[in-house]
Ligand binder design. Sequence first.
Ligand code: SAH
Length: 232
Amino acid sequence: MNEKQTYKLTAVGLGPGDPELISVKGLKALQNAEEIFFPASKVDGDQINSHSLKIISTYELKGKLTPLHIPMTGKNREEMYDAAYELIKSSVLEGKKVAVVSEGELLFYSTFGYILRRAQRDAITCDCIPGIPAFAHAGSAGQVSIVEGEESFKVLAKPATFEQIEKELQEEQSLVVMKMKFLKGWPEFLRKQNRNFVYVEKLGTTEEFVCSNPDEMEGREIPYFSLILFTR
Ligand code: SAH
């Protein structure tokens, strides 16, 4: 533990979107925190875009809520993570009970991974409370097994081409595709594949959408918070 540290830095995975899918342990940690840092893709005065904030603001938390401005895309990522980490670090070293949240699972394509590395470098000890990753919720939402028995599965994030996905599908194993909005033409692609799949948007929110038929995806604008789970 860093000698100036009084409390461990607590990290909480919030799950995909439904506030009731935070773990009991995670919620207790949030209720106990004096300051809670959350990632936000846009911070402009009172205007804050943050999926995490929507989840945590359904609870009455006594801690101060502080945004970490992390745009979805853009240059100078390392500098951005440095700045976010410095905010968290100074609060921890002031002796506050600090929590940092991440949507879904904490250490799965998540900002917190970058924060954790920096904390470890400074010997700031953390308590990591995992969250439900969105792909796990997708299996439940579509009521399909993700994998069984001796099966394996693979995760692709932001594939550049449909050919890449097609190649993985030949492996005859389950496949999760995250950050899929960057490819256009999903319904045509899915019709061609003839594979069972579950497509989900904004799981756990009031705008949740789940389907397993390419026709139902026709004409939909694919949002950032969407993924597809191909099963065997
Ligand atoms: N830490 C998160 C992943 C963040 S990366 C997790 O454990 O799931 C962001 C990607 O996750 C999105 O592009 C999308 O593919 C997926 N995702 C996260 N939350 C989602 C949700 N509520 N509904 C659908 N997809 C989601």
